[in-house]
Design a protein around this ligand. Sequence first.
Ligand SMILES: Cc1ncc(COP(=O)(O)O)c(C=O)c1O
Length: 393
Amino acid sequence: MSPVRQWVSHIVADITISAIKEMAMRAAGIDDVASLTWGLPSFRTPEHIRRGVARAMEADADIGKYALPDGLPELRQLAAQAHLGATGVTVDADRNVVITAGNMQGMNALLHVLIDPGDEIIVTDPGFASHFQQIRLCGGMPVYWPLKTDEDWALDLDLLPGLIGARTKAIILVSPSNPTGKIFPEDDLRRVGQIARERDVLIALDDPYCHFTYENGECYFNLSSVPELSEHIAYMFTFSKTHAMSGWRLAYMILPETLKRQLLKVHDATIICAPRISQVAGTIALREEPTHLKEFEAALARRRDLICQRLDNVPHVFEYARPEGAYYVFPKIVAEHEDSREFAIRLLEEARVTVTPGGAFGPNGEHHVRMAYCVEEDVINKAFDRIEGYFGR
Ligand SMILES: Cc1ncc(COP(=O)(O)O)c(C=O)c1O
């Protein structure tokens, strides 16, 4: 028997690779799969960013070197300005901003700061599956906060106070939501903020989809624009989606000064700094007007219309709520099935379509699947032609 098992910690042995990656890996062994699994936009990093980096590669003698642990001063300054523009709240580039290697790494560092073994972090259910694993990796426990299934995944504010206990350290929020596409209304978010402040827990605001709100831009609310919450929020913006830079691994975090000092210890002990070349790319991205965004959003709006139309044609397979933002739809499976995993694997093996099993996003997500419509329209059409071929029209 391999000795490896005895080396592996119980914590790692007990977590699973995310269902998103599991489905992607399963699909890799099958020819010509139409994939709606991965939230990886089809867009290329905008040209002005690529060209700017190419120029910097020649001109900047330091581009291949480490940066300061909290990031290039110019990028932190630009992040502080972007945050002021987005929220009206002034933050200090030195005291409150950290450049991270993506929101996943930022969240991971934050959870390491917060969690002692057995501590609890509240997550929406359904919520972003990787957060659950990150919490467990730090020795913590995700506490599921069920969203209202009968109200298109709204926050259930009556439940929240009862979920906060002596070991609760934080509440993680994502709006627009992955996996449901729900945008939580301002009043609800303000109420969460109020509760967090009264009960002294941190809100970790993971915000990859703030620019993908379609006709619902007015409904989007950035909770870190409430100045009274400045000591109770760690806000995370990523370049992955807005600037089509998922492979560059770059994000920024805005957080209270005392928390930043603690976070830098984790950052330094784990990755030292976010890749400098990506920080240079981020500097270009924030310095220039994001003219590409209109194009991205228009393309995603067309894909959202298309996927909703195609879902409308298969009411015997899926029931769904039209997503308000992000680029996911989270339909309920009404066709015969055992559970969402069995359904997703069958769909892959028998119809060559991948979706992500909803059970991976929390117990409340069971009997649903997540479809990412950030892929090209022909992929969406191919997936639904096959779904119709398999289940009939
Ligand atoms: C809610 C959420 N957080 C974080 C990430 C990953 O962000 P990053 O690429 O910045 O690590 C994603 C990507 O799908 C996401 O949906």
